[in-house]
Design a protein around this ligand. Structure first.
Ligand SMILES: Cc1cc2nc3c(=O)[nH]c(=O)nc-3n(C[C@H](O)[C@H](O)[C@H](O)COP(=O)(O)OP(=O)(O)OC[C@H]3O[C@@H](n4cnc5c(N)ncnc54)[C@H](O)[C@@H]3O)c2cc1C
Length: 396
């Protein structure tokens, strides 16, 4: 065989997936540069204070809050893959809490307003949200109902004479709840109508009766704010109804699909960043006279981690491709969310192990990655709920 025809493994080639174009790669570079230069230097400080609202304003200015949103509302008009790029590159802010706060705004609360909102609602909330001047949050979970969305108790009752709705109830674990200007609120409007008894509302967070009760303390994601909210005789008009009265359950189930896929993309990117940092550590650190990465047991840990990350990445990209091509791949989204969340936590855990004592120290940031990523097996639908969705999709 001629020397020039010998194939050598191309480990060092740039791994651009076929769903991404050169424009996506340029966007990737600019988000990464922004996150590295302007956000990462503050990551430690924001663990104590939560990240400031000015991050929304700056990201709005840079056009990062409406990448895949229509140009008529101030968005960039890009495809769905642009939002995947944001979810992936924002990990370079080195702040899971910040990434979550931004994702709640762009990929959880904004899509239902765009999909189901009136023109007036889009002008009032989406246009300033894309500019980063108004902040959004999403209220599904309640103290007595999380996984069981249909078990929520927040009630909205319409007075036929005045045409006004009165809302009473409570929401908990609400990301951005302390800083938000508006909440996409899931309520029960007809307790006898089963899944047809729910309605979404857009409620201004400064409306009388909306009480931001408590700033909740948590294991990780410290840069984000998490609220317990109370709604006491909050009065709104029909103009605050988001989508169809009685169809809120279906609207929110649709919203959760986007939230889960973006969450999965963030998990893959978070695991990859943690992997790379640890790879460098394994090359720098020596024990018994050699690099620790040269011990076969450690080398195999990297091989296992890389394989898991790559598998999760392919699941996310393939599912995103199907979504972009008009499918509603709920089973695959659930699989991607389940698998990516699990492997991200496994990877972060192995990375702590490979760091030894340093992994347990705050200084290296690895323990924070583990604490932040751990949320993903719970938020936006737990592992158990994902397994149930997948299992039921086979008619079981
Ligand atoms: C930091 C953080 C931020 C969050 N942000 C938001 C937000 O912005 N907006 C929002 O609305 N919510 C938010 N959540 C809430 C999150 O989505 C819920 O915590 C999650 O859906 C689980 O609900 P739960 O906590 O009530 O747990 P539960 O539903 O009480 O579940 C407890 C356990 O029981 C299991 N379980 C429940 N039902 C079943 C079943 N049918 N089969 C098998 N096992 C089952 C669960 O998997 C879990 O292990 C956030 C949560 C956290 C921790």
């Amino acid at each position: 065989m001629a020397t020039e025809s010998v194939l050598k493994p191309d480990f060092a080639t740039k791994r651009k997936h076929f769903i991404f174009s050169d424009e996506h790669e340029q966007l990737r570079e600019s988000i990464r540069a922004y996150a590295t230069r302007e956000l990462a230097p503050h990551a430690e400080e924001w663990e104590e204070t939560t990240f400031p609202d000015s991050v929304f304003a700056r990201m709005g200015e840079l056009g990062f809050l409406g990448l895949d949103k229509p140009e008529e509302y101030g968005g960039q008009g890009g495809d769905y893959y642009t939002s995947l790029v944001l979810a992936e590159e924002i990990v370079h802010a080195q702040s899971g809490g910040l990434a979550m706060g931004i994702a709640v705004h762009t990929d959880m609360a904004m899509p239902p307003i765009l999909a189901f909102g009136t023109e007036e609602q889009k002008q009032e909330w989406v246009v300033p949200a894309i500019r980063g001047e108004k902040i959004l949050c999403l209220g599904i979970t309640e103290p007595d109902a999380g996984s069981d969305v249909a078990g929520i108790k927040t009630r909205a009752v319409r007075d036929e004479a005045s045409g006004e709705w009165t809302i009473n109830g409570s929401k908990t674990y609400i990301t951005n709840g302390h800083r938000a200007d508006v909440i996409v609120l899931v309520t029960k409007t007809d307790p006898d109508a089963g899944y047809d008894g729910f309605t979404l509302f857009l409620v201004g967070m400064d409306a009388p009766g909306v009480i931001r009760e408590k700033r909740l303390d948590k294991l990780g994601m410290h840069a984000s704010d998490t609220a317990l909210l109370a709604f006491q005789d909050v009065r709104v008009t029909d103009r605050a109804v988001l989508g169809q009265v009685g169809k809120g359950f279906y609207h929110i189930m649709w919203e959760l699909q986007g939230e889960r896929l973006i969450g999965a993309a963030g998990c893959v990117a978070g695991a990859q960043r943690c992997f790379e940092q640890t790879l460098q550590y394994a090359k720098d650190r020596t024990a018994f006279g050699k690099q620790i990465g040269k011990f076969q047991v450690i080398r195999h840990k990297f091989a296992e981690m890389a394989t898991k990350i790559e598998t999760a990445r392919q699941m996310v990209y393939t599912t995103a491709w199907r979504h972009t091509n008009g499918e509603y791949p709920v089973r695959e989204i659930s699989m991607a969310k389940l698998y990516a969340s699990r492997i991200a936590v496994e990877v972060a855990d192995e990375c702590i192990q490979i760091h030894g004592g340093a992994g347990y120290m705050k200084e290296y940031g690895i323990e924070r990655v583990w604490r932040d990523l751990r949320l993903n097996r719970i938020g936006a639908g737990t592992d158990e709920i994902m397994l149930d969705v997948i299992g039921k999709s086979y008619g079981l």
